[in-house]
Each structure stands twice: as C-alpha cells, then as structure tokens.
Design a protein around this ligand. Structure first.
Ligand SMILES: [Zn+2]
Length: 322
C-alpha cells in the first residue's frame, strides 16, 4: 500500500511526464491509522501525439478483480509512441477493501453509492472525494470495470445510457453478451462522471474474486475497439459473431421464503414468461416454493449461493428491448 517514495505523488500533473512513455505511479489519497500513505496505483500512458484521455478504473469494489488483469494486459501491450492522447488507468480504486478482499469500503459503505464523495466527509466520503477529484477530473471518457457481487455470477454486460450517442457507441464496441439501457444514476462513479459531461459506461465483467481468462480477453478486444474508434490508435475494429442482446431495463427478482435456493437458467439464457426459474427447499430437502419468470427476458446475472434468507436475490432479469 505504501508506494515507493520516488513515484509517490499528491496529484496527477500530466506535464511532468515524458510523452511516448508509460508511467507507473502511486497517488496518495489518505493515511491509514499508522499514518502511512494509502496510495492508489496509477498507470499513465502518455502518448507521443496529443489527444484526449481515456480513463479506465477497476476494483472500485475491492473484490471485483477481473478488471485488474484487463488493465495490466492492455497497458503492457500498448505502444505509447504510437498513441494519440493518453490512458489513465487505475487497476485498484478501493485499496483498503482490495487488501481485505471485500466489496465495500472499511466503514461498510458502497463507494459506488456515494460518488463524487464529500470533501469534509467521513472515512468513505473523503476517500471517494479525493479519488474522484484527483483522478476523474483528468479524463475525457470513462470505462469503469466491475463484476458481480459475492455469491452471484454475471454475464459480460454493459450498463450505459443508450440514448446518449457516445455512450451507446462505446457500449456496442465492447461486444458484450448483453447491453442494458440504464441512465447514469446518482452516487455511482458513472453518474458522477456523466454529471461532468464525461461519457462513461460500466462494464460488468463476470464474477468476483477470480480471473476469468476468456472474459478478460473479450473485454480487452472491446477496449481496443473503443481506443480505435476514439482515434487514439490505428487498428481494425473487431465485431462479435454472436449478436448482442439489448435490454431496455432490468430488475432483480427476490425470494419471499427462506431456505436452500436453486436457480436453474444459466446467465445469458432467454427465459419465457411462466418458465420455472428457481426452487427453495427446506432444510430436509422438500421443495417449499417454486419461482417462475414474470415475463420473457434474459438472465443477466444470478445467485449461486444456495443459502437463502427471505428477500435473497434469485436472478437479474433483463427486459428485452421491443
Ligand atoms: Zn462493482
């Protein structure tokens, strides 16, 4: 967590760094109880040619780590001497929770509910504020990388405002399984960036606490597509053979009984109205409740932890675009 003093910085000043090079830095945000600097890793690809800055953030939720590998692989491949503009990538935003392998911040607050933070705020509020103001103010576009939460799995899906031309295009370029139209919500990093007119999309890349090679690979291809489209590098756009499933919205289905939960359909599967999607058994193994899909839709994500209390999540249903 404590950066090497030589590259521990208080702010990101692009002018200090040589063009045509990739710079690896530690940005000081807060201090831990021992007074040590808690710094986030910052990768600045400073292109030889001037241009816009693409921001890529991962592990805002500390256990959502596929994005770390995506950033590492992407950055190690990119040639800054051929790059127009810059990439500002943060492989881990939420350092304290990453080291604790937790989703939420140390005070149990979800950082993606309180953006852009609060300058004079509490533990999570001030961390969010300093991250947002030291990093996001420097970028022109944002790709925010996430995964499902603990006990759940996701398809590779994008949340984006599909009524905004730029974010709609960035979403399609990712070649995801599913795109969910979702106007940027208050408190999220995507919403706070959008409020500053920074086009932002959320990439939900699979499952927490693991590296999923094929999803990481697909996602890197999509980010390259965005880079080519934005004119930052020369390259050929890669399209997916399987058509993307477009959703006009989505919602979670919850249990109304406690017990042992089994959810049937796989992620990305289309379920029909009335199709059986889950059962709950009591602790003796007897089925006590069956659940059916309320409408035709696509399974964006689902619970894989059978231990279910009343109100537990069943599955995340995407409403198919008419
Ligand atoms: Zn997340």
């Amino acid at each position: 967590m404590l950066g090497k003093p030589a590259n521990l910085i208080q702010d990101i000043d692009f002018d200090l760094y040589e063009s045509g090079k990739t710079h690896r830095l530690w940005l000081h945000l807060i201090d831990d109880p021992l007074g040590n600097a808690v710094a986030i890793p910052v990768i600045l690809v400073k292109g030889s040619h001037p241009g816009k800055t693409l921001g890529i953030t991962a592990a805002l939720h500390g256990n959502e780590i596929n994005g770390i590998s995506i950033i590492q692989r992407l950055i190690n491949e990119i040639d800054p001497t051929a790059f127009h503009g810059n990439i500002l990538a943060i492989p881990v935003v939420n350092i304290p929770s990453f080291t604790n392998r937790k989703r939420r911040f140390v005070d149990n607050v979800d950082l993606n509910h309180i953006m852009p933070g609060n300058k004079k705020g509490n533990v999570s509020g001030v961390y969010a504020y300093r991250f947002f103001h030291k990093v996001i103010k420097n970028i022109d576009y944002l790709l925010d990388l996430h995964t499902a939460s603990t006990g759940r799995i996701n398809s590779f899906y994008i949340r984006a405002d599909m009524k905004n031309k730029i974010t709609a295009k960035l979403a399609k370029l990712q070649n995801p399984d599913i795109i969910v139209h979702n106007p940027p919500a208050d408190g999220t990093l995507r919403g706070a960036a959008s409020a500053l007119n920074i086009p932002a999309i959320t990439l939900e890349v699979g499952n927490p606490n693991t590296f999923q090679k094929s999803m990481i690979h697909t996602s890197i291809t999509g980010i390259y597509n965005a880079i080519f489209h934005l004119g930052m590098m020369e390259g050929t756009l890669v399209a997916d053979e399987t058509p993307v499933i477009r959703c006009s919205g989505s919602y979670w289905l919850y249990t109304d009984r406690g017990g042992i939960l089994t959810v049937f359909p796989a992620t990305t599967k289309i379920v029909e109205k009335g199709e059986k999607i889950a059962v709950i058994r009591d602790i003796f193994g007897t089925i006590i409740k069956e659940y059916f899909s309320p409408e035709r839709g696509v399974v964006i994500g689902k619970s894989v932890n059978p231990v279910n209390q009343t109100g537990g999540r069943i599955l995340h249903l995407g409403v198919l675009r008419k």
